[in-house]
Every structure is written in C-alpha cells, then in structure tokens.
Design a protein around this ligand. Structure first.
Ligand code: DGL
Length: 356
C-alpha cells in the first residue's frame, strides 16, 4: 500500500514538473536562427588566429550547441539557409532569404528571427529586409569579426545578444536590427566602418541602443519608413534589376559607367568624391546614359555622418539625376534595385530616397 502511494506521489510530481516546464517553455519566445555563413561560422587553425580563418564552416546546430545559455532566453531552433562568405551574396540569395523570413514570420509559433551572416555585406542584407519584410516581429542580423576558434571570439556573445533582442517585446516595430559589440543598430543606418576590429559596425547617426547581460536599453528610434510602413513587399518581388556602383577618384574616366550601361544596368550609383561630386570628365557620359533611360544616383564615397545635397555642386534638377541622401553607395544600390521594381520615374525615385 505504502509503495503504491509513493509511486503515485512520484507520478504526480513528475506530471506537475512536466506541466510547469511546458508552461515555462511557452512563456519563453520562439526564435528561429537562419544561418547563412560568414565569420560567425568561421574556423581558424589556432586560437591566435583572430583574423586568419575560413568563413562559413560551422553549421548552425553547432553554433547553438556552443551557447547553452540561449535556452534561458528563448526556445531556439536553427535552419542552415546558406553556408557562404557574405562577399559572395547575390540578388538571388537576398530574394531566397527574404522570402524565407517573410514566410516564417507569418507563423504564430515564431516570435522573432535571427540571421547569422558574414559582416562584409551584412549591412546590405539587413537594409534589404528592412525595406521588404512586412512584420512587426523583431528581425536581428548578426555576425562576428573573429571566428569562434579564436581567443576572445565575439561571435558567442553577439549571437546571445541577437537572440535576446529577437525574443524581446520591446524590439518589435523598430525595423530590422543589427546587434554587434553590445550595440543595437538600425539596419538602415549601420555600416561596416572598420574592417579588422570587433567594434566594426557604426551608425553615422548613432546606435538605437545597447543590449547588456540579457537586457535591452533603447535611446532612440528609426526616423525613416521600414517593414510594415514600407511600400515594398518581398512577396511581390521576384527579381531585382541590375544596379551597379561606380567609384569616383582623381583622374576618373567614363569607362566604368559605359561598361555598366553596356552590361544592362538600370541605374548607376555614383560613389562620388565629397558631396557626391562628379568629375567634368564624367558629366557628359552621365547625361548620355540618363538620356537613354538609365537612372543616375549620386551617393558619396564619404559617409560617416553627412548626406549628398540635391542641386548643390551638381544641377540635379537640370540633369534629372537623383541624390542618395545619406545612404552609402552599397545601400543606395539596395534601395534602387528594390524601388526600380515599382517605378522608373525619377521624381518618384527621389521621393523614395528621401523616405527610406
Ligand atoms: N568573408 C567575410 C564575410 O563572410 C568575413 C567577414 C565576417 O564575416 O566577419 O563577410
């Protein structure tokens, strides 16, 4: 009799524990990690190799297993979408990833998404998603500057912080976010500004906040249109028109601009000197290409807290050119390729560059 009572007690206790653990699991957010490769999945030969390594080697399940503390902040599952170094991203990769993110966020059992990504083109992917994903749920793009095999690797904490933010209610509705080096940056503003330090990512207008020991601290909000307030929708985009970037410098010629036009570019981003200036040797070819229907968008090779002023050093109204505002050339390329899906009207395109 006594033994049966003890057994009943044990069964009862175990079922209570099971119910409690399910209840706790349900109180934790469900976060999906979409892995694409990069240094955060990199591996070096030795712990002293902080900059010499092979990117895109470690699978997402191993990344997750390497941070058991993730289970304290969210119910996490991983999906290996790609395994590439991000300098090799193409428009096809952007579209595949964007459609996967959009489909996942429509699911009620997904509360947030983290995308692990190489840092080289992380800002482009993050901005693309900021423009085309219609969801209030947090989307956090994260990378690392050192491989996980290195001493003082930054990937583990960056990924832990990313999952924390992606599972946070207070991160909803702030657009796509980038968590690196304890900072929370807006996908629109942030860029890789330094190519070999862990503090690589900077927003010229400042970070949105910080994430420290599992808590988010917010100090400002995005000012431009994004996600649910965007007129662009990944579910209605099946291709991205070719947009190229021509870098400006002393002694520049028209060669690159002609080559891009001959390759079928629908817009050329002029990464101008200073305030998006255009060499006297290049103005005629830009006027010619504009007359042939190619959009000309003036950005600047200088982008750490300024913006290209319309009709300042160049008569943009007269030439029917567009200014990229404060967007760096690579982000101007992303916005132009998304916007050209919707319009080829230069005045509409200029509105879009003011608003996004
Ligand atoms: N190959 C670079 C990339 O995948 C490595 C840089 C990094 O991920 O930090 O973007």
């Amino acid at each position: 009799m006594m033994r049966r009572t003890l057994r009943q007690w044990a069964v009862g206790l175990l079922s209570v524990l099971a119910v409690c653990s399910m209840a706790i699991a349900q109180t934790k957010p469900n976060v999906v990690i979409l892995a694409t490769g990069g240094t955060i999945a990199g591996a070096g030969a030795d712990a002293t190799n902080s900059a010499t390594y092979q990117a895109a080697k470690v699978p997402v399940d191993k990344l997750i297993a390497g941070i058991p503390q993730l289970a304290n902040v969210a119910n996490v599952r991983g999906d290996q979408v790609f395994q590439i170094a991000s300098e090799s991203f193409t428009n096809a990769h952007l579209l595949t990833l964007g459609k996967r993110v959009s489909a996942l966020l429509k699911q009620n059992d997904v509360d947030g998404i983290v995308i692990t990504h190489g840092t080289d083109t992380l800002e482009e992917t993050a901005y693309f998603l900021n423009l085309v994903i219609h969801s209030e749920k947090p989307i956090v793009v994260v990378g690392s500057m050192r491989p996980g095999t290195a001493m003082s690797a930054d990937g583990m904490l960056n990924l832990f912080n990313a999952v924390t933010v992606a599972g946070s209610q207070d991160a909803r509705g702030k657009g796509v976010l980038v968590t690196m080096n304890d900072e929370i940056n807006s996908a629109r503003d942030v860029a890789k500004a330094i190519n070999i330090r862990t503090e690589a990512f900077k927003s010229p207008w400042g970070a949105l906040g910080m994430v420290v020991e599992g808590k988010n601290y917010w100090f400002r909000l995005p000012a431009k249109r994004h996600t649910v307030n965007s007129e662009f929708d990944i579910d209605k985009i099946d291709s991205l028109p070719l947009v190229e970037i021509a870098y400006a410098y002393g002694n520049v010629s028209e060669t690159a601009y002609r080559a891009f036009a001959n390759a079928g570019a629908k817009a050329i981003i002029h990464a101008g000197t200073g305030n998006g200036s255009v060499s006297a040797a290049v103005v005629p070819v830009l006027q010619d290409l504009r007359s042939k229907g190619i959009q000309i968008i003036r950005s600047s090779r200088v982008n750490a807290g300024g913006f290209v002023l319309r009709n300042a050093e160049q008569p943009d109204d007269k030439y029917d050119w567009i200014v990229a505002h404060d967007l760096n050339p690579q982000k101007a390329k992303i916005l132009a390729s998304v916007a050209l899906n919707k319009t080829n009207d230069s005045k509409e395109l200029q509105r879009i560059f003011w608003e996004y």
